[in-house]
Design a protein around this ligand. Structure first.
Ligand SMILES: [Zn+2]
Ligand SMILES: [Zn+2]
Length: 97
């Protein structure tokens, strides 16, 4: 018997399968601690009652309480019309010096 570990997209922790659920909206994996508790319902009620999916309003990414760094980077690159390849080169050079 092997135990499957899933990593949480929010905090990055690896957890047992039963403690990680998927958001029904964005499909991100969320651990019990990162699912937003609302109206006295805890993650266990949600997971058990909902076939393992987390409603949008309980997902920290969907409800805006957590920001995805990749999406933020995308946004910044577009907003300031950055050349991502140039920025990567600068970043790597910075690391070497
Ligand atoms: Zn988490
Ligand atoms: Zn979500």
């Amino acid at each position: 018997m092997s135990v499957d570990y899933y990593s949480c997209d929010c905090c990055g922790d690896a957890r047992y399968e039963e403690y990680v659920s998927e958001c029904e909206e964005c499909g991100r994996s969320l651990c019990d601690e990162c699912i937003e508790n609302t109206e006295g319902k805890d993650w266990f009620d949600i997971i058990n009652g909902n076939g393992g999916s987390v409603p949008k309003h309980m997902c920290p990414f969907c409800n805006g309480s957590k920001i995805d760094n990749d999406e933020l980077l995308d946004y910044i690159v577009k907003k300031y019309k950055l050349n991502l390849n140039e920025e990567k080169k600068l970043f790597l050079n910075k690391e070497e010096n």
